[in-house]
Design a protein around this ligand. Structure first.
Ligand code: UD1
Ligand code: UDP
Length: 381
């Protein structure tokens, strides 16, 4: 019983590695791992932490790659692998172009697709772009839907997906904390930030690149100027377009450290020691509530409404004034800050990988029985 697991970006790797570890533990599922290499260094950082054996790396990343380039290279290179490995299931994650292209290739070869982190929606194809399209497209051709939350399941049901194929499992990102969080964690940047109110910043969304990102950075710059006890740590995405905007706006700004992306151990621990998180990331929105950290989401929409409902995340929009005002409020209004800091865990209980593994195992066993019956059935001879 073989599962071909395909992923290629940092967040997919972080969320798929615990699941692969769990599937391997069963010793009943043969797990073949194909990295697309949509990311290079940022993917490698995760693989260095989990040290999993991988069978393929399509190594497709190009500087300033376009969405078409990613999609074409993956479909071209993965076709032979799917044919050669002949898996019983292709497993993809979330909403990246890797997931879209890999699931499309599997669909074309009539191999069933399992979708981890299925059912998230904004129903706005422009935000997040192109992720909203990717996740809807993957769900269109999936055979198994692993919805992290009940509201994701409801989205799938509203779209008419077969209820017997939808499973609420929690998000595997929560399963990662036991691998990463350390009570005595230290690094040079945390030492630098000691005694301040440290804000952790991440940005990378394609739809934010350009004016929205300029607004975000100007708002942060003004906050640093107006609050002498604030320091900002910004592990910057490798995207050269993001770096160009950040370098221009943050030039000569004191009390901000722009640093290379952290590995996930460093990132989770810096998160857990931060005062406040500013991000346009999807995964960070899911992680922060468990750590009791308020998150201002630097976007107009989110496919992760649970954090907002729990009161730990807020959408800021993308205007400079709105972003500035919302950060300022959390810095001056202790009650507002306390209200957003309660630790809640709307995204999972740390056992999502176990649940998904059980479901996949049962699915593969049922399929084996079905195939055996099909072979023995005289009408098929
Ligand atoms: C991709 C995903 C996005 C996800 C994000 C996680 C799509 C369409 N987008 O967006 O959903 O939130 O990953 O970070 O799939 N680069 C490097 N080294 C790396 C990684 C990136 O140099 O290790 C640079 C390259 O120049 C690359 C650029 O960053 O062209 C953008 O990478 P890309 O994967 O196209 O887009 P992301 O914004 O990372
Ligand atoms: N992350 C990391 N190092 C960093 C920034 C983020 O390891 O410097 C992790 C973070 O903990 C989360 C994931 O990367 O699990 C989020 O990835 P990203 O924001 O790139 O993508 P998204 O979640 O928006 O798809």
């Amino acid at each position: 019983m073989k599962v071909l697991v395909v992923f290629g970006t940092r967040p997919e790797a972080i969320k798929m590695c615990p699941l692969i570890i769990q599937m391997k533990k069963t010793q009943k599922i043969e797990c073949c791992v194909c990295l697309t290499g949509q990311h290079r260094e940022m993917l490698q950082q995760v693989m260095d932490i989990f040290r999993l054996q991988t069978q393929y790396n399509l190594d497709i990343m190009k500087t300033n790659q376009t969405l078409s380039m990613i999609t074409i290279s993956i479909i071209e290179r993965i076709e032979n692998i799917i044919e050669f490995e002949n898996p019983d299931l292709v497993l993809v994650h979330g909403d990246t172009s890797t997931s879209f292209a890999a699931s499309l290739a599997a669909f074309y070869q009539s191999v069933p697709v399992g979708h981890v982190e299925s059912g998230l929606r904004t129903y706005n194809l422009k935000s997040p772009f192109p992720e909203e399209f990717n996740r809807q497209a993957v769900d269109l051709i999936s055979e198994l839907y692993f919805a992290p939350t009940e509201s994701a399941r409801q989205n799938l049901l509203r779209e008419g997906k077969d209820a017997s194929k939808i499973f609420v499992t929690g998000n595997t990102v929560i399963d990662v904390f036991p691998f990463t969080i350390k009570s005595d964690y230290q690094n040079d940047l945390l030492k630098w930030a000691e005694g301040s109110r440290m804000i952790l910043l991440t940005t990378h969304r394609r739809e934010n690149i350009g004016e929205p990102m300029e607004h975000i950075f100007h708002a942060v710059k003004n906050i640093i100027e107006d609050f002498p006890d604030v320091k900002v740590i910004y592990p910057i995405h490798k995207n050269p377009k993001v770096r160009k905007i950040a370098n221009e706006i943050f030039q000569n700004v004191e009390r901000i450290q722009i640093t290379e992306p952290f590995d996930v151990v460093a990132f989770h621990n810096v998160m857990s020691q931060s005062y406040l998180i500013l991000t346009d990331s999807g995964g960070v929105q899911e992680e922060a509530p468990s750590l009791g950290k308020p998150v201002l989401v630097l976007r107009n929409t989110t496919e992760r409404p649970e954090g907002i409902a729990a009161g730990t995340s807020k959408l800021t929009g993308i205007s400079e004034t709105d972003i500035y005002q919302q950060i300022r409020k959390l810095l001056i209004d202790k009650n507002a800050y306390e209200r957003m800091s309660s630790a809640v865990n709307p995204y999972g209980d740390g056992h999502a990988s176990e649940r998904i593994t059980e479901i996949i195992l049962q699915y593969l066993l049922d399929k084996e029985v079905e195939n055996a019956e099909g072979v023995n059935c005289p009408s098929n001879i």
